[in-house]
Design a protein around this ligand. Structure first.
Ligand SMILES: C[S@@+](CC[C@H](N)C(=O)[O-])C[C@H]1O[C@@H](n2cnc3c(N)ncnc32)[C@H](O)[C@@H]1O
Length: 315
């Protein structure tokens, strides 16, 4: 690892998650290099505790080193935040005052060519965040139908050349299985007409993003996790979610609105519009430019909603 992941919108995320120091518990669902986790611990002060989750064993190892100074105020677990309720029940601290998400990959993933996330380095086609799972970019590209590959590139990459790229991938793999990022880039370049390639981002960018989202089932995990975050939060607790593209942000926005607008709402939205980074942050860290933060507060369950006919959750 050349350097640590540079956390995005950190001051804002921490201010929403930890409105004041004290005896609090934060759950960081996307520990990564532990940047946000460290800032959350400092903001809570010496009585604060944190449960950190990541699906990438390598991230857990690095964050563990970084957070060692906090001793037994920190617990780290390997897991997918789609199982948040269970992970918190088994490893949590009995109460949860904040749940924080910082979606997507970390710069550690992108800076490690051998993990196959980057179209700029030749590497085995992999893109798994959790290196213990089966499905990888290699299996999708070589085993899924042309139609399914096209759907993935269209839905998660929003690439207008999706159908042609899928066609070229399938033609290429009929000659020999695609094993490396370079071979995939080559198929993509062949599919997109020269004229359409000039200017703009690299032609492979959208396809790589799409495959990454599909390999790691990223959007499904977010959708499954958010209601569990609301379940585990104590009244007054905070939910903070940082997205990096519109597909993620849309899911967060809808989930928060559904909770806040329900008949017995469990959340109050704190960010009418998503919080965006200042120009100064984007200048320092271009990755921040896409960042959007949304936050909400867990409402106390109303007394009538805890009764046998209330239907509300008092968790
Ligand atoms: C953007 S990085 C987080 C960076 C971190 N906030 C920091 O300041 O260093 C996202 C991390 O979330 C992890 N991740 C992504 N999806 C996950 C999921 N469904 N469950 C658990 N961890 C996930 C990735 O492995 C990655 O390490």
């Amino acid at each position: 690892v050349r350097e640590f992941h540079v956390p995005v919108l950190q001051a804002q995320a921490v201010a929403y998650a930890v409105p004041e120091p004290g005896e609090r518990v934060c759950v960081d669902c996307t520990l990564g290099a532990g940047g946000h986790a460290e800032a959350l611990l400092r903001a809570m002060g010496p009585a604060g505790r944190l449960l950190g989750i990541d699906r990438d064993p390598e991230a857990l190892r690095l964050a563990g080193e970084r957070l060692a100074e906090f001793g037994d105020r920190v617990r780290l677990v390997h897991g997918n935040f789609e199982d948040l309720g269970e992970l918190v029940a088994q490893n949590g601290w009995g109460r949860t005052d904040a749940v924080v998400y910082d979606f997507g990959v970390s710069s550690m993933h992108l800076d490690r060519p051998e993990r196959g996330f980057s179209y700029q380095h030749d590497a085995p086609l992999d893109m798994r965040m959790d290196t213990t799972q089966q499905v990888s970019a290699r299996s999708i590209v070589n085993e899924y139908s042309e139609r399914e590959i096209s759907r993935i590139i269209w839905t998660y990459g929003e690439d207008r050349w999706a159908a042609r790229i899928a066609k070229f991938i399938v033609a290429a793999r009929q000659r020999a299985p695609l094993e490396t990022t370079d071979q995939l880039v080559e198929a993509i370049l062949a599919a997109i007409p020269q004229a359409a390639r000039r200017g703009g981002p690299h032609p492979a960018r959208r396809t790589f993003q799409a495959l990454r989202i599909a390999v790691n089932r990223e959007l499904e995990a977010i959708e499954t996790s958010l209601p569990q975050a609301v379940d585990v939060l104590a009244p007054g607790g905070r939910l903070v979610a940082l997205s990096y593209h519109s597909l993620e942000d849309r899911i967060v926005k809808r989930a928060l609105r559904a909770e806040a607008g329900a008949e017995s709402p469990r959340l109050r939205i704190l960010t009418k519009k998503p919080v965006r980074p200042e120009d100064e942050e984007v200048a320092r860290n271009p990755r921040a430019s896409a960042g959007r933060l949304r936050a909400a507060e867990r409402l106390a369950a109303r007394p009538e909603s805890t009764g046998p006919f209330g239907g509300g959750s008092a968790a």
